[in-house]
Design a protein around this ligand. Structure first.
Ligand code: NDP
Length: 322
């Protein structure tokens, strides 16, 4: 049996992504075979496709998807054919079907449409661990978050605001800044001079936490936006990876701390995973958290989706439907 998938034959630009016939995956012990409803596109797939993060080629991208279980491997309990599931932790999801460990999926609540659901897990779980575990912003603290209208940015803003944190964001266009404010940002401004702006808006003190997924272009100025004993959460490099830097700068900046976290390290146990999914689903049902699908296309058009994401042309989540 064969199916279609998006395959990169070698590292390169979006044009290396081709819609090809490949062998059907088979669920092994402990695994589920899922018919894909929709795939979530994430920045990491652009790093992998372009060779910034090493992967073996030919490469089928994708960690995130929603769909329906069509086969259950041996040694799996708790799932049956027909279950609607989502995952942020599979591989090769840019495909009509994918296989995933049963431990790494969540059953989808009734109130969420299965195609829309691909917008939730990866950026939702990321926003959740960034808000709750990677740093410790307290009620009343002010934080600075870059790319406030992005997929992670819109979700993280809402989760922080719900915890009583004051959120300042950057975004590159007036439309994006408006979206960020609508998600709860107290102020959203352009990147030019953002550290001075953040200081002004905190009475000169600086912010408690900087959440920086832009990386290379914002890193230096982000350090300057922090208050004494502030926390720097470097969670991505949409503009490029941050080069080596002198740790003494943390001292000069006021006993700052820095972390470079990854989602996988915040889903270490079944309990941790189910706590994070549970809080996301509860907030979505209560409508204190809303996700935005800014771009929706067919899976076969994955190359265009990568172009849009890398070209800063998207807001919220990019979803590819099968
Ligand atoms: P976004 O939807 O936020 O898209 C990236 C945004 O970054 C752009 O829209 C753009 O917003 C901004 N940006 C700034 N400079 C550039 C540039 N030179 N090129 C492209 N974009 C730029 O993406 P995601 O929400 O999927 O991811 C956000 C970040 O989070 C990424 O760095 C990603 O790698 C990271 N991430 C990290 C995880 C982790 O666990 N560590 C997990 C998931 C994501 P604007 O135009 O407003 O500047």
């Amino acid at each position: 049996m064969t199916m279609h998938a998006v395959v990169a034959g070698q590292a390169g630009g979006p044009e290396v992504l081709e819609w090809r016939e490949v062998a059907d995956p088979v669920a092994g012990p402990g695994e589920l075979l899922v018919e894909t409803a929709a795939v979530g596109v994430n920045f990491i797939e652009t790093y992998q496709r372009s060779g910034v993060y090493p992967v073996a080629f030919p490469f089928i991208p994708g960690a995130e998807a929603s769909g329906t279980v069509i086969a259950v491997g041996s040694d799996v309990s708790g799932f049956v054919v027909g279950d609607r599931v989502i995952t942020a932790e599979a591989s090769e999801t840019y495909a009509e079907r994918f296989v995933v460990s049963a431990e790494r999926v969540a059953r989808l609540p009734e109130f969420i449409d299965v195609a829309d659901a691909a917008a939730i897990p990866l950026q939702g779980l990321t926003a959740h661990y960034l808000a709750t575990s990677a740093a410790d912003p307290r009620e009343g603290d002010t934080v600075l978050l870059h790319a406030g209208a992005g997929g992670v940015g819109l979700l993280l803003t809402q989760l922080l605001v719900a915890r009583g944190v004051r959120v300042l964001t950057t975004a590159s266009t007036a439309e994006k800044r408006e979206l960020s404010r609508a998600a709860g940002a107290a102020e959203s401004f352009a990147y030019e001079g953002f550290a001075d702006r953040a200081r002004e808006l905190t009475g000169g003190a600086g912010v408690a936490v900087v959440y920086d997924g832009v990386g290379k272009d914002t890193f230096d100025e982000s350090l300057r936006a922090l208050r004494v004993r502030g926390e720097f959460v470097l969670f991505g490099g949409a503009s490029g990876q941050v080069p080596l830097f002198d740790l003494q700068r943390l001292n000069a900046g006021g006993s700052l701390s820095i972390t470079r976290p990854s989602l996988g390290h915040f889903l270490l146990t079944a309990e941790e995973r189910s706590w994070r999914y549970g809080e996301l689903f509860a907030a979505l049902e209560a409508r204190t958290l809303q996700f935005r699908i800014g771009e929706n296309s067919d899976l076969a058009n994955a190359a265009d989706a990568h172009r849009a994401l890398e070209g800063r042309g998207t807001t919220g989540k990019v979803v590819l439907e099968v």
